[in-house]
Design a protein. Structure first.
Length: 310
């Protein structure tokens, strides 16, 4: 009997170094697996009469609204705030893509054998194309008329003509005319000329603009592109400048109108828990598995530590 007990103790001492760590590892794997599963399950509280089983529903179903609000706040304030979006939109990568699109459009039209008017009709309906041309003509006419009237064309033109005339004549009249007399005469005659320009500007400008527009509309697009080729770098710079201005002036208003925080919150709330679980697992599946395995490793370590104290 004495020897049997001794043999049992020896066998027990040897086997405990195997089964205690093994049991600890299994328990660690199971408990961590259950703990992670309980993040999502059960979906609804479990009741026994008036008593609700603890930890039901799972943590995420129970705190879904709070989690949605917290994620909306974190993402909108830290990950997708106005500054981050502005920097992304104004990054060199985006600007290079814009330039690439412009280059593709230019290359396409450099090969076009259609006239400008035909291309406009292709881009828009014929009625819309005519309306666009008419509006553009009107804007150009108004701009030229405004420049003519604000430029004080009459006085400048008369003064330049008088100075040139008296310099060329070298006669008595040219010796009598000094700067003050020329200025006074220019001002007086300039008013008459300005009045004449103002009253006839619309008809003259309209006729000139119509003629020039007709010439442009009848040009082949490829020909027009070759005429404008030297302006392409300036055009690209202008587009990028206006793009950046648009972001600077409008992004803040658009950002706060969109309310990114609310959009994210409502979007997460709209997911059912199964969708949310799939989404989270898709993102952190490897890390969740690592946590389960880590539970097994810690269980083995605890088993080994227990062996030392027995």
């Amino acid at each position: 009997m004495k020897y049997a007990i001794l043999i049992y103790k020896v066998i027990y001492m040897d086997l405990k170094w195997i089964y205690l760590p093994l049991m600890g590892g299994i328990i660690g794997l199971i408990t961590n697996g259950i703990a992670l599963k309980m993040l999502f399950w059960p979906l609804n509280p479990i009741h026994f009469g008036k008593f609700t089983v603890p930890f039901t529903p799972g943590l995420i179903p129970k705190e879904k609204d709070r989690i949605a609000k917290s994620m909306g706040t974190v993402i909108s304030k830290q990950l997708l705030n106005e500054g981050v979006i502005a920097n992304a939109l104004k990054s060199q990568v985006i600007q290079d893509k814009i330039l690439l699109i412009i280059d593709r459009i230019i290359a396409k039209y450099q090969k076009s054998e259609l006239t400008v008017k035909e291309e406009l009709n292709n881009l828009f309906s014929e009625m819309d194309s005519e309306s666009l041309i008419s509006d553009l003509k009107e804007k150009v006419e108004k701009l030229i008329e405004k420049q003519l009237t604000e430029f004080d064309f009459g006085e400048r033109f008369v003064k330049q003509a008088l100075v040139q005339h008296f310099e060329e004549e070298k006669g008595l009249m040219s010796r009598l005319m000094d700067e003050k007399m020329i200025s006074a005469l220019s001002k007086s005659l300039g008013k008459i000329l300005n009045k004449a320009v103002s009253s006839n500007a619309h008809a003259i400008v309209s006729k000139v603009v119509d003629e020039e527009f007709d010439k442009i509309l009848d040009l082949k697009v490829s020909k027009l592109m070759s005429l404008l080729e030297k302006k392409f770098p300036m055009f690209k710079s202008f587009i990028l400048e206006k793009y950046n201005e648009c972001i600077n002036e409008n992004l803040s208003r658009i950002y706060y109108t969109l309310d990114i925080e609310k959009i994210i919150e409502e979007r997460i709330k709209s997911f059912d828990v199964v969708q949310l679980e799939k989404m989270i697992i898709l993102i952190v599946n490897k890390e969740l598995k690592t946590l389960v395995y880590l539970g097994g490793v810690l269980g083995v370590l605890m088993g080994l530590i227990t062996c030392f104290f027995q």
